[in-house]
Ligand binder design. Structure first.
Ligand code: ZN
Length: 268
């Protein structure tokens, strides 16, 4: 089962479940709507798959929480120590784009990097959770790209600018429910123009996903629809206008975005 969010002519932005040749429209799925309940929907409104739809990022989070240095290999390649506690930061929801939408390369940076990351979408409000039960709050998984202006991240005291430009959070192409995907059994990869840049087993994270959620929810309440990016392995590197970046998590799907130069007076 794949959950998507589409922009449909006449209807606007809608969540939908992909069925063989149709999309079944559903109301906001996060919160009390479990994957089983979505699967059980029978008389749902459907549209043919050949309808001219645009794929949007498959969540509308109140916040995107990111985890830095959660793979030893990536901390080493940037000469950063492995932190004693998870290092967390936020990306603004305005950075979100779906698969096939362009990443806009800002004029303020001369070194923009891709970062392949497993993303999870929260299904239940989570506050002060323990690692034992935090995993139950995960609705599902998707692919994320924590696009980073590395020069600005290094120059500034905070990550806000270097990680926060519009389009710097590609997410998608769809969410697979948590009860159908076991991250520790899978790999994540990044390709730029078809050349492999990153590849790692998801079980090589330093801090496990339930431990991350326990840590984050001890700081800030996670709301249904919130997104957590779980950190990137080694192999991050520059992308340039004209490049095509793909983030693949096997068992989930592939998120692909082209890089374009950001225009100063964009209309959208
Ligand atoms: Zn990252």
């Amino acid at each position: 089962m794949e959950l998507v969010r589409l922009h449909i002519p006449e209807l606007g932005a809608r969540y939908a479940v992909r069925r063989e040749d149709r999309f079944g429209l559903v109301s906001s799925p996060f919160g009390e709507m479990t994957s089983r309940r979505i699967d059980a929907l029978k008389s749902v409104e459907t549209i043919p798959r050949d309808t001219d739809v645009e794929r949007l990022a498959p969540a509308t989070p109140s916040k995107i929480v990111c985890v830095g240095r959660n793979f030893r290999s990536h901390a080493d390649e940037l000469d950063n120590p492995v932190p004693d506690e998870p290092l967390i930061f936020l990306k603004p929801p305005s950075a979100l784009i779906g698969s096939d939408r362009p990443i806009a390369y800002p004029a303020a940076s001369e070194e923009v990097h891709h970062e392949a990351e497993l993303a999870l979408v929260i299904g239940e409000r989570l506050v002060d959770a323990s690692a034992d039960n935090a995993g139950d709050a995960i609705w599902g998984y998707t692919c994320g790209n924590d696009v980073t202006a590395r020069d600005l991240q290094t120059r500034d005291k905070t990550f806000t600018r270097g990680k926060g430009f519009d389009t710097f959070c590609p997410l998608g192409p769809h969410v697979v429910p948590a009860d159908t995907f076991e991250p520790a059994r899978h790999h994540i990869r990044a390709q730029v123009n078809g050349t492999r840049r990153q590849s790692a087993a998801l079980d090589s994270m330093l801090v496990s996903i339930p431990e991350l959620l326990a840590f984050i929810s001890g700081v800030m309440t996670l709301q249904p629809g919130d997104v957590v990016l779980t950190g990137t392995p080694d192999g991050v590197g520059p992308i340039e206008p004209g490049d095509r970046v793909s983030i693949e998590v096997d068992g989930v799907g592939t998120l692909t975005n082209e890089v374009v130069a950001r225009e100063s007076s964009r209309s959208s």
